[in-house]
Design a protein around this ligand. Structure first.
Ligand SMILES: Cc1cc2nc3c(=O)[nH]c(=O)nc-3n(C[C@H](O)[C@H](O)[C@H](O)COP(=O)(O)OP(=O)(O)OC[C@H]3O[C@@H](n4cnc5c(N)ncnc54)[C@H](O)[C@@H]3O)c2cc1C
Length: 404
C-alpha cells in the first residue's frame, strides 16, 4: 500500500530554508532597485551562481527529486524574494527545458552546461517561440529554417518577440518552421550557439513588471548554424514531417513539449509572489489601526485574508500535483499542468490586488513593495500560455472536443 504524505522530506526542507535565506538576504534588499533600473542584474546572477543557485548542478539536483517538488519549492521561495530577479535566473531554464524536451542525450550533454557557464563566466540561455504575428497561435510561426545540404547547415530567418533574455543570451533555442504548410507539425527547435553571426537583439522592451528580467526582440538574418544544432536530429525531423504529410499524429510539437514541462514551475513563481503579498498584508492588517482598532478586526479585511490564504494553498496543491505527475511520468490527461499555472497566475493577480486594498494608500505607492508585486503578478496570466489558452487546453482535455 503506497503511503501518502504532503510533508516535505529533510532534503526538501533544507533546500527550502537555504533558498529562503537567499531570498531574504540577497533578493529582498535589491528588488526595488532592479525594478527601477530595468536592466539585467548581472551582479545578482553572479552572486546566485557563486552559491550554486544559478547552476546546472542546482537544476540537476532539483530534477533528481523523484517527487518533483524540489524545483517548485525553490522557485516559490525565489519568487517570494522577487519575481523579476527570479526570472533573470529562470529564463535560462526555458532554453534548458527546450533542449531536454527535444534534444538527443548527446545534445543535452553538449549544450545544457553551456547555458549556465561558471560563476566567473556567466552564460544565459533563451527560448524563442513568440513572434509579432504568432503568440498564442504557435502553429503560424513565420521564422523559417532552410536546410543547406551542401554545407550541412541550417539557415534561419525571422523575428522573435518578447523573448526573455532574447538577444543578450549566449545560447538561443529558436523554434522555426521547416515546412510551413504543416503548421506546428512542420516546426523544429534549433540551437543558435554563442558567437553565431546573423542573430541580434532588436528592441528591448520596457515593461509593467518583472523588470529585472530582460525581454527583447531577436532578429535572425541569414543566421547559419551547423546541422547538428537541430534538436533531435535530422532523421527524427524527416520522420516527423513524413508522418505529418501522411496525416498521422505526431507525439509532440516542438514548442508545446517545452511549455508542458515548464508550466508548474511558472505557476510556482506566481505562487511565491502571492505568498509575499499575503504575508505582508496580514502583518499590516494586524498593525494598522483605524477607528481605534486593528483593521483586521473587521470581517471585510479578515475575510479577504482568509480567501487569499485559501487560494494560495490551493495553488500550491495544484502545482505540487502537476509537478509530481510530471516527475512520476503520468500524462496530464485533464490539463493538470495548465490548471496549476492558470490557477496560480490568476491567484497572484487577485491576491496582490487585495493586498493593495488592505494597505490602502500605502499599497499604491512605491515605498512599499505591494504595488510592485501586483505589477509583477500580471505577466503570469499572459506568458507561457495566456489564461484563455490554459482554459482551452483543459477544456479540450476533459471533453475530447476540439473547442475553439
Ligand atoms: C515579459 C514577457 C516575457 C516573455 N517571454 C517569452 C519567452 O521567453 N519566449 C517566448 O517564446 N515568448 C515569450 N513571451 C511571449 C508570450 O508567451 C506571449 O505574449 C503569449 O503567448 C501571448 O501571445 P500574444 O502576446 O501574441 O497574445 P495573443 O495570442 O495575440 O492573444 C491576445 C489575447 O487573445 C486571447 N486569445 C488568443 N487566442 C485565443 C483563443 N483561441 N481563444 C481565446 N482567447 C484567445 C489571448 O488569451 C489574449 O487574451 C513573453 C511575453 C512577455 C510579455
Amino acid at each position: 500500500m503506497a503511503e501518502f504524505s504532503l510533508e516535505l522530506n529533510d532534503d526538501q526542507k533544507t533546500m527550502q530554508e537555504w533558498v529562503h535565506g537567499f531570498a531574504v538576504n540577497q533578493m529582498r534588499p535589491i528588488a526595488a532597485e532592479w525594478d527601477e533600473r530595468e536592466e539585467t542584474p548581472w551582479e545578482f546572477i553572479q552572486e546566485a551562481a557563486k552559491i550554486g543557485i544559478y547552476s546546472l548542478d542546482f537544476m540537476m539536483n532539483a530534477f533528481s527529486d523523484k517527487t518533483g517538488l524540489s524545483l517548485m519549492i525553490a522557485t516559490e521561495e525565489l519568487a517570494w524574494g522577487d519575481a523579476g530577479l527570479t526570472m533573470a535566473l529562470m529564463a535560462t531554464s526555458l532554453g534548458v527545458a527546450a533542449i531536454v524536451a527535444n534534444g538527443t542525450p548527446e545534445q543535452v550533454m553538449e549544450w545544457v552546461p553551456q547555458c549556465y557557464g561558471t560563476p566567473d563566466d556567466i552564460k544565459l540561455a533563451a527560448f524563442g517561440v513568440s513572434e509579432p504575428d504568432a503568440g498564442s497561435d504557435v502553429s503560424s510561426l513565420r521564422t523559417r529554417a532552410v536546410y543547406d545540404e551542401a554545407n550541412d547547415e541550417w539557415v534561419l530567418n525571422g523575428t522573435k518577440t518578447w523573448i526573455s533574455n532574447g538577444g543578450i543570451a549566449n545560447l538561443h533555442v529558436i523554434v522555426a518552421s521547416v515546412e510551413p504548410e504543416l503548421g506546428s507539425r512542420g516546426q523544429a527547435s534549433f540551437i543558435v550557439p554563442d558567437g553565431t553571426k546573423g542573430i541580434r537583439l532588436g528592441q528591448k522592451f520596457k515593461k509593467m513588471g518583472i523588470r529585472a528580467s530582460h525581454t527583447g526582440e531577436v532578429v535572425l538574418e541569414d543566421c547559419r548554424i551547423p546541422g547538428r544544432c537541430l534538436l533531435g536530429g535530422k532523421e527524427k525531423l524527416d520522420e516527423k514531417i513524413a508522418r505529418a504529410r501522411e496525416g498521422k499524429r505526431s507525439q509532440s510539437q516542438a514548442a508545446m513539449a517545452t511549455f508542458e514541462a515548464s508550466r508548474p514551475a511558472v505557476g510556482a513563481q506566481a505562487l511565491g509572489i502571492a505568498r509575499a503579498a499575503y504575508e505582508f498584508s496580514l502583518d499590516y492588517a494586524k498593525e494598522r489601526k483605524q477607528f481605534g482598532r486593528a483593521i483586521i478586526d473587521n470581517q471585510a479585511i479578515a475575510f479577504k485574508l482568509a480567501d487569499m490564504k485559501m487560494h494560495i494553498d490551493a495553488s500550491r496543491l495544484l502545482i505540487w500535483r502537476a509537478s509530481w505527475m510530471a516527475a512520476t511520468r503520468q500524462p496530464f490527461l485533464n490539463g493538470e499542468g495548465s490548471m496549476s499555472k492558470l490557477y496560480a497566475g490568476e491567484t497572484a493577480v487577485k491576491v496582490t490586488e487585495e493586498a493593495i486594498q488592505i494597505l490602502g494608500g500605502y499599497g499604491y505607492i512605491r515605498e512599499y513593495p505591494v504595488e510592485r508585486w501586483h505589477r509583477d503578478s500580471k505577466i503570469y496570466t499572459i506568458f507561457e500560455g495566456t489564461s484563455e489558452i490554459q482554459r482551452l487546453i483543459i477544456a479540450r482535455a476533459i471533453s475530447g472536443v476540439h473547442i475553439r
